[in-house]
Design a protein around this ligand. Structure first.
Ligand code: 26W
Length: 758
């Protein structure tokens, strides 16, 4: 490998390793990795076994170099060679994340590809190659500021442009070129190398200077612009449909290119189309790629099949994962818009609707209503399987969200609880804990997280306990240094690190956390919390740029941070830090250094959560509600090994029938004081809208922040009381070794056994 890296740096840049820039080293090293897996990649590609395509508008892959080196078995050697040239492998931390996703759903897609390759399962990723990923966030005067994410400035050395596999996607007003960029998906010490294929939109006729002077040229250039626009930028919404034409174009572009690509390969096999579902099936990552269903029918009809024949085949080809029950996220596209952009696809949707009317009571079941296409209903009607992403979430789908559909198709509904890859989320991000684990049970856990169960009982081993604490402290020091450098905030490492990191959304209740901090601040000021152990509350979160209330909450938390951090009495006990530009790489550092994991959504709202799993694997107890996968985390590790509080789903439903938030404030002067601080000038800014959202309007306090306030404070104080005791660290360790269920290797095996059957 040494000479290989030297050759690449020399051939590409005419330099020695020591002369090369970080960017040059990165590009050359990545090329060496790709070259190393080339043979396995070709062999995997050439297998004719049944495969599944994971069709997703988002793949939040993050930084790739370390994960790929580890999985290809090249990490130690790379470290060594670089070291010999006085280069620290950590220089690649400068390389920006590929943030081609918003949050949980996109990161899940990335973990799944990695786990499938590790488990030798033939799962390809199909998506979009956005020129700009999720915006970069900074704070200006406490408000979120967004900037373009030019991730390609570091190059894209893991990708290969495959000109030969270009396809044409047809819209009513124009035809567009879809050019694939392929990335190898390298499993951990496995033979299979899968492919992540991302489509880039381009004009069929490129910008033409000769024609620039006449009208013809203007039209060409306009078209070139319109073509490129499709994959120009990732929509930064998480949980709300904006209903924009360009977004619909993105979805259809992705779907049509991917299916054409698959069909082209299938036709080379000279089989009958009936065989198609034995050759290729698709997992729809939420409704975003649901147009694949009518598009597949359209393509089969182009091959000479009838609608009925096509539908019969397509019914065996698709499976649908739902990731949220929030009404505002469930996609419904206006018929008008479909008619304007993709009338041929709309025709097939209407035929599917006719088919539905033949089979089901049309007063109760529909795909099209009020001139809108309900994408979830379309997906459920045709798919073989529908799944939720945590046990409680799947139950809610069956009993509420898709109740009527469950009544007619009970056999379609299955649960596959989410997972995260233990390579990125333990082996790589937490070197000290990994070493400790390996010193006791060997390194088999990296490939099979279930081996952590061998550590059962080790929480009673004094030496392990001591080493565990040392490991946690190493990570806390590393995080504190990083935060000091990037945020300019000094975080004492002997403070408890209480961390909430996730997209900013009202249902996730960062506001509940913020209000609890104000409560603690006032208590400390009044001298009521003598024994409280110093704590730093760390937040990381991006808000959708158009989500007003979320942006107000960011400003509030930054304002509370100023108030707390600048008060000489309060800051001796608590500090607040909202890190900027929270992303995958930041998350890696945060989860390995956390003392407490905040998972405090209103019960019933968080489909699963995956951050909760990352903390657990790293040995951090959850302060959380019985929502999403928290329920399963508490079940696996034991409820008493986590800090569970608040209303359950059933209690939320009951309370919501006649909720009067003011009743929770009236007899609670401390809560009243906290709420008043939002509007009375205690803080440096006023937050009328937040205050009003809790107490006024037709649905005050929609997410029951005030109803859960007391039980939250109580559990938060209890966690603080236990912190640094043996009891506390035992809880950490039990969580860590009980985390097998939350490995994405397990999730992928569930998908394969219950759904794909590859
Ligand atoms: C159309 C706009 C839009 C964009 C993204 C709507 C909905 C989404 C996603 C469904 C949002 C999302 O990321 N959901 C999260 O998915 C994770 C992976 O399953 C879950 O762990 C989270 O609970 C869920 O919020």
């Amino acid at each position: 490998m040494k000479s290989c890296l030297e050759t690449f740096v020399d051939v590409l840049y005419g330099k020695s390793l020591m002369e090369a820039s970080t960017k040059e080293l990165y590009n050359a090293l990545a090329k060496v990795v790709v070259k190393n897996v080339e043979k396995n990649w070709d062999e995997t590609r050439n297998l004719n076994n049944k495969r599944c395509g994971y069709l997703s508008a988002e793949f939040l892959i993050g930084r790739m170099i370390y994960a790929n080196l580890l999985n290809a078995g090249m990490l130690d050697e790379a470290k060594y060679i670089l070291e010999q040239n006085n280069i620290d492998i950590n220089v690649f931390e400068e390389v920006e994340d590929a943030a081609l996703g918003n949050g949980g759903l996109g990161r899940l897609a990335a973990c799944y590809l990695e786990s499938a390759a590790t488990e030798n399962i033939l799962l390809d990723g199909y998506g979009l190659r956005y020129r700009y990923g999720l915006f970069k966030q900074s704070f200006k005067n406490g408000f979120q500021n967004e900037e373009a994410d030019d991730w390609l400035k570091w190059g894209d050395p893991f990708s290969k442009r495959v000109e030969d596999d270009t396809v044409i996607v047809h819209f009513k007003d124009m035809d567009i070129k879809a050019v694939p960029y392929d990335m190898p998906v390298i499993g951990y010490h496995s033979k299979v190398v899968n492919t992540l294929r991302l489509w880039q939109s381009e004009a069929i006729k490129e910008f033409d200077f000769k024609e620039f002077d006449n009208m013809e040229g203007v039209k060409t250039n306009d078209e070139a612009y319109k073509a490129k626009e499709i994959t120009y930028v990732l929509y930064p919404n998480d949980n709300t449909l904006e209903g924009k034409k360009l977004r619909l174009r993105q979805e259809y572009f992705m779907v049509s290119a991917s299916l054409q690509d698959m069909l082209k390969k299938f036709k080379k096999l000279n089989l009958t189309f009936k065989e198609l579902p034995n050759y290729y099936i698709w997992q729809l990552n939420d409704t975003h790629p649901t147009l694949a269903i009518p598009e597949m029918i359209r393509l089969l009809k182009n091959e000479g099949l009838s609608f009925d024949e096509s539908l019969k085949i397509v019914r065996k080809m698709f499976n649908f994962t739902n990731h949220t029950i929030m009404a505002e996220a469930l996609e419904q596209w206006p018929i008008e818009m479909l008619e304007e952009l993709i009338p041929d696809v709309l025709k097939e949707i209407k035929l599917i609707e006719e088919d539905l009317e033949k089979n089901l009571d049309k007063n109760k079941y529909f795909i099209i209503k009020n001139n809108k296409v309900n994408m979830a209903y379309l997906a459920i009607y045709v798919s073989e399987h529908v799944n939720g992403v945590a046990a409680i979430h799947t139950e809610i789908l069956k009993n509420n969200t898709f109740k009527e559909w469950y009544e007619v198709y009970p056999y379609k509904f299955v649960n596959v609880t989410n997972g995260v890859t233990p390579r990125r989320w333990l082996a790589l991000n937490n070197e000290s804990l990994s070493k400790l684990i390996t010193s006791r049970i060997g390194d088999g856990w990296v490939k099979n997280l279930g081996e952590l169960a061998k550590l059962k009982g080790i929480e009673n081993d004094e030496e392990f306990l001591k080493d565990f604490i040392t490991s946690r402290n190493i990570n806390k020091i590393r995080l504190a240094n990083y935060i000091e450098k990037h945020e300019g905030i000094d975080i004492p490492v002997n403070y408890m690190f209480d961390i909430q990191i996730k997209r900013l959304h009202e249902y996730k209740r960062q506001l509940l956390n913020a209000l609890s901090i104000l409560y603690l601040a006032f208590e400390i000021k009044e001298g009521n919390l003598i024994d409280y152990k110093p704590t730093v509350f760390i937040f990381g979160a991006k808000s959708a740029p158009g989500y007003y209330m979320a942006k107000q909450i960011i400003k509030l938390i930054n304002t509370i941070a100023d108030y707390v951090n600048n008060d000489s009495v309060i800051s001796k006990k608590i500090k607040v830090c909202f890190v900027q530009n929270y992303n995958v790489s930041y998350a890696e550092k945060l989860v390995s250094a956390a003392d407490l994991s905040e998972q405090i959504s209103m019960a019933g709202m968080e489909a699963s959560g995956t951050g909760n799993m990352k903390f657990m694997i790293n040995g951090t107890p959850t302060l959380g509600t019985l929502d999403g996968a928290n329920v399963e985390i508490a079940a696996e590790a034991g409820k008493s090994n986590n800090y569970i509080f608040g209303l359950t789903v059933e209690e939320v439903d009951a309370l919501k029938k006649n909720y009067k938030p003011e009743l929770f404030v009236e007899n609670n002067p401390k809560l009243k004081k906290v709420l008043n601080a939002l509007i009375d000038g205690t803080l440096n800014a006023k937050f009328e809208e937040i205050y009003d959202s809790l107490l006024k309007g037709n649905e005050p306090d929609r997410y029951l922040v005030l109803a859960d306030f007391n039980s939250y404070i109580e559990m938060k104080l209890f966690a603080n009381k236990e912190y640094q005791s043996k009891e506390y660290y035992k809880k950490c360790i039990v969580n860590m070794y009980s985390s097998y269920r939350f490995s994405s290797d397990r999730s992928i095996k569930d998908y394969n056994e219950l759904i794909w059957k590859l």
